[in-house]
Each structure stands twice: as structure tokens, then as C-alpha cells.
Design a protein around this ligand. Structure first.
Ligand code: SAH
Length: 261
């Protein structure tokens, strides 16, 4: 089989270190008794080889037709479970079971977008084990008060518990990326629904971090807060000082304050 030519615009950096691929595959725990894993961006299947050793059913999605042709040859037994498509756009409801885990060495250029999609699908995605740019991995796992803490940290931490597992240097990829990499695991928590208007929660988190140096009183101006609420002490804080529970409280207050207009 001819190797896939790495394409920069698809974020293709193929992992060459098998022991790292094995560690990533073994980090998938099947949390919530799910029996299925979706691998995003299998490329030439270095991680796939080890995921196939797990007892879980495996689906692959890759956007690159050259990779897809390669994977069909390498894993004829997977047949229709090899999907050519864009994870960000494809609707996989008809293909995948109701709940599943995600694994992958993500295309780094779209890793944040992948996580926004995971958030949309959070009732189905029980676990994510992935490699991505180290800074993004650290940001997602970061607690409040840290300079890395941001929108994705709060939104993902609302529904997942997050562990930073290990770091990976550029030299084990072909071609090597310019950045270091990190592997994280997200495990779905017990929160079915947050104790506030979830749509507003997402807007408040995004708005709050819109200008992270400003106090929330300033960054949330467009939410038209009621006069009584404008003097609330939580608004003296900055977004990075608030954890998920604080943002839920803030969202409840904003909702109530709007209701009083
Ligand atoms: N898992 C392989 C390849 C990682 S490179 C390895 O570890 O070696 C990232 C992979 O993601 C590439 O195969 C690329 O084609 C794929 N990819 C890029 N954008 C994608 C998208 N939007 N949806 C699905 N796969 C994508």
C-alpha cells in the first residue's frame, strides 16, 4: 500500500511512535458502559491498530479521500464503518449508536471546532481521548484563575471531567508539527442539564470572555442587566475568576434580571 501524502491544509501529521499510539488507545475506558468508539482523523491508522485491540466496536471518520482509500485496503473488515466525511458537518445519528466514545489524534487546526461539536453532541459523547496542540489541551483542562482558562474550559468542564494525561514532542510525527502536543481525557459527568437556561449560559460564558481583562459588568453590558443587579459583587470579577457553578449562578441572575425589565 502506498503511504498517504501528508496534506498540510488537513492538519495531517502522522504519528510514528507506536508506544504513544498504544497509550492513547489504552486510555479509552468505555466510561458509561458504551461499546463503541468513533475515531476522528485516523489517517493511516496508527491509532486505529491499537483501538481495534479494545473490545469496543470501532467507527472511523476522515475527510481525506486518499486516507479513506488506504483505510479500506488496510481494514476490509470495517467496511461501512469507515466514513468519508467532515466530522464538523456530518450527521452520524443514523450510523452510530445512541452513545459512544471519541478518540483521535485530532487535526490541530480545527480542534476547538471539534470540541464545540462535541458540546452539541454532549448527550451522546460519553468520553473523549485525544491528542491536540499542548496549549489547547492545557487550556481545556485548566482550572479557574489560570491565564489559560477560557471559553472551552468552562463549557467542557460543565459536562465533562477533564484529565491532562501526558505530553508528546514534535519529533514523533511525520512531518513534525511546529508545536508540542498533549493528550487529554474527557469523561462525561452526571450533569444532564445545568440548573439554568443552557443557551443563555453559553452566551454568558462567551460574552464574559469576550474581553477577559474587563470586569463582567463591562463585558456583559449587551445583556441589558437590570439596574438592581448591576451592583451585584459578582460583576466586579473577571470571567477567568469564575468556575462552572459561578457561571450557572450568574446566568440565573441574568435571566431573572431580564425577566424584571
Ligand atoms: N490519526 C492519524 C492522523 C492524524 S492527522 C495519526 O495519528 O497518524 C489528522 C487527521 O485528521 C488526518 O488524517 C486528516 O485527514 C483528518 N481530518 C482533517 N480534518 C478533518 C475533518 N474535518 N473531519 C475528519 N477528519 C479530518
Amino acid at each position: 500500500m502506498q503511504n498517504v501524502r501528508p496534506k498540510k491544509h488537513l492538519g495531517q501529521h502522522f504519528l510514528t511512535d507506536l508506544s504513544i499510539a498504544e497509550r492513547i488507545a489504552q486510555a479509552v475506558q468505555g466510561h458509561g458502559d458504551v461499546g463503541c468508539v468513533l475515531e476522528i482523523g485516523p489517517g493511516m491508522g496508527v491509532l486505529t491498530d491499537f483501538l481495534l485491540k479494545n473490545p469496543m466496536e470501532l467507527y472511523l471518520i476522515d475527510i481525506d479521500s486518499e486516507s479513506i482509500a488506504y483505510l479500506h485496503q488496510k481494514y476490509p473488515q470495517l467496511g461501512g464503518k469507515i466514513i468519508e466525511g467532515d466530522y464538523l458537518k456530518e450527521n452520524l445519528d443514523a450510523v452510530l449508536p445512541e452513545r459512544y466514545a471519541i478518540a483521535g489524534n485530532f487535526p490541530y487546526n480545527i480542534s476547538s471546532q471539534i470540541f464545540f461539536r462535541v458540546l452539541e453532541e454532549r448527550q451522546k459523547v460519553t468520553e473523549v481521548v485525544c491528542m491536540l496542540q499542548k496549549e489547547v489541551a492545557q487550556r481545556i483542562a485548566s482550572p479557574k484563575g489560570n491565564k489559560d482558562y477560557g471559553i472551552l474550559s468552562v463549557l467542557l468542564q460543565a459536562y465533562y471531567s477533564i484529565e491532562y494525561l501526558f505530553s508528546v514532542p514534535p519529533g514523533v510525527f511525520n512531518p513534525p508539527p511546529k508545536v508540542n502536543s498533549g493528550v487529554i481525557r474527557l469523561t462525561r459527568n452526571q450533569t444532564e442539564k445545568l440548573d439554568c437556561n443552557e443557551k443563555l449560559f453559553f452566551q454568558v460564558v462567551k460574552g464574559g470572555f469576550g474581553n477577559r481583562r474587563k470586569t463582567l459588568r463591562n463585558s456583559l453590558k449587551s445583556f441589558q442587566l437590570a439596574e438592581e443587579f448591576k451592583s451585584h459583587p459578582i460583576l466586579n470579577k473577571r470571567a477567568e475568576q469564575l468556575d462552572v457553578a459561578d457561571f450557572v449562578f450568574l446566568t440565573q441572575q441574568i435571566e431573572a434580571s431580564r425577566g424584571n425589565h
